[in-house]
Design a protein around this ligand. Structure first.
Ligand code: ZN
Length: 399
């Protein structure tokens, strides 16, 4: 029954992305426009002389540090959104555990944008200890997209800082290892989505698609100065927000050349596994054969489970990536570490492998009755202890 409910949520999410796509195609992509007024200073055109790494980078397709293509690593971001449950946990384990390492000898990684309801925190703890990057995707994942579009900084703080507190306490993951966020439905709320990153001391957002700057692709950049990225799902930021990193979601294109930010949206794709892999590789080559901007394959676990060919193609694609000597499958934060201090492949200054301090997490569950009388379980690391109430944005620790 929960599975039916979750499948329904996923379909709502996919339907929403399709509506956005139609909107984006009919009205064409506009540049950032301020729908929400606030008193932050308006960003000025980027001045390359003043905006320098490691803290500042203009929105640009230039390879960081002016490196040549052959000395530049090709980073690949494999990400998954929403709750971590038993079924998708198993898919992640099957696809990633026991893989050979990246060319630098570090473990491969993927980034999980985690929302609260139905997440089994001990499973998240296990994925974290096995090298996955954990990032934020709100507490409620409220299906009302207008709420996200109009969200204030305070509301976003309740949702995202709240989710960080929940993950920290109930999955025992240090705040210092949580760096990024993605808003539900990729629905930005202008400056507020990025102001919250600054106030929370996070590093990056990965919710902002680009259709116009995919070939050559935009590299991640900061919001100190005005971004020239197209804005498919506005409102996009207009203010100067120093040090906040944008990791653009470069659209993929399906076989009818329809753009898709989330892979689940790519409807015109082959049906057999070998050709699906081939289709993913074609998209990957847009980046790899050009300026090596990080390639993102952004998907929900449901896409892997809904057809066995998808799952097979996904794993074959990872196998293919691992056959290339300059491809690094990493969490987003690790790639940003490199972007801030770009060094050629093989350099002695290459960033050291990420480490994790392991701790025990025994799975227990707590039971709650919600306002609509439905029952909900919460699986947590035992030593956190069941909170009195089911966590919510105003009361994330359920006191
Ligand atoms: Zn989501």
């Amino acid at each position: 029954m929960i599975l039916d409910l979750l499948l329904r949520f996923w379909r709502i999410e996919m339907k929403f992305y399709s509506i956005l796509l139609i909107f984006a195609l009919s009205y064409s992509y506009s540049l950032a426009s301020p729908l929400i007024k606030d008193d932050l200073p308006l960003a000025k055109p980027c001045d390359q002389k003043k905006c320098e790494l490691p803290d500042c980078r203009c929105s640009s397709s230039e390879i960081p540090g002016g490196l040549s293509r052959d000395k530049t690593p090709q980073f690949v971001f494999l990400t998954f959104d929403d709750a971590i449950r038993s079924d998708n946990y198993q898919l992640y384990v099957d696809a990633f555990y026991g893989r050979k390492k990246n060319p630098d000898g570090c473990n491969v990684s993927a980034t999980l944008f985690v929302s609260h309801d139905y997440t089994i925190y001990p499973k998240l703890h296990d994925l974290y200890e096995n090298g996955f990057e954990v990032a934020l995707h709100s507490i409620t994942h409220d299906p009302n997209t207008t709420k996200w579009q109009q969200a204030s900084v305070a509301e976003l703080t309740d949702e995202f800082d709240g989710q960080r507190q929940i993950i920290n306490k109930f999955a025992k993951i240090p705040n210092s290892d949580i760096h990024g966020m993605r808003v539900p439905f990729l629905q930005l709320s202008g400056n507020n989505s990025f102001e919250v990153i600054k106030q929370m001391g996070l590093e990056y957002d990965c919710s902002w698609p680009s259709r116009s700057y995919v070939d050559p692709g935009l590299w991640p950049y900061t919001l100190d100065y005005k971004s020239h990225q197209d804005c498919p799902i506005g409102p996009c930021p207009t203010a100067s927000l120093p040090g906040v990193w944008v990791v653009p979601m470069l659209d993929l294109f399906d076989q009818k050349k329809v753009p898709c930010a989330m892979v689940d949206q790519c409807t015109n794709i082959p049906s057999d596994a070998a050709n699906i892999t081939e289709w993913i590789i074609q998209n990957f080559n847009t980046n790899y054969k050009n300026n090596k901007a990080p390639f993102g394959f952004y998907v929900h676990a449901t896409w892997l489970s809904i057809k066995k060919e998808h799952n097979e193609a996904y794993k074959k694609f990872i196998d293919y990536l691992q056959s290339l000597p300059d491809v690094y499958i990493v969490g987003i934060h690790r790639a940003l570490e490199w972007v801030k201090n770009p060094v050629p492949i093989g350099s002695p200054d290459w960033p050291a492998c990420p480490t994790v301090t392991k701790s025990a997490c025994e799975d227990i569950f707590c039971t709650y009755t919600r306002e609509d009388e439905s029952e909900i379980l919460m699986h947590i690391c035992a030593d956190a202890g069941c909170p009195d109430k089911f966590p919510t944005p105003g009361n994330p620790l359920g006191n």
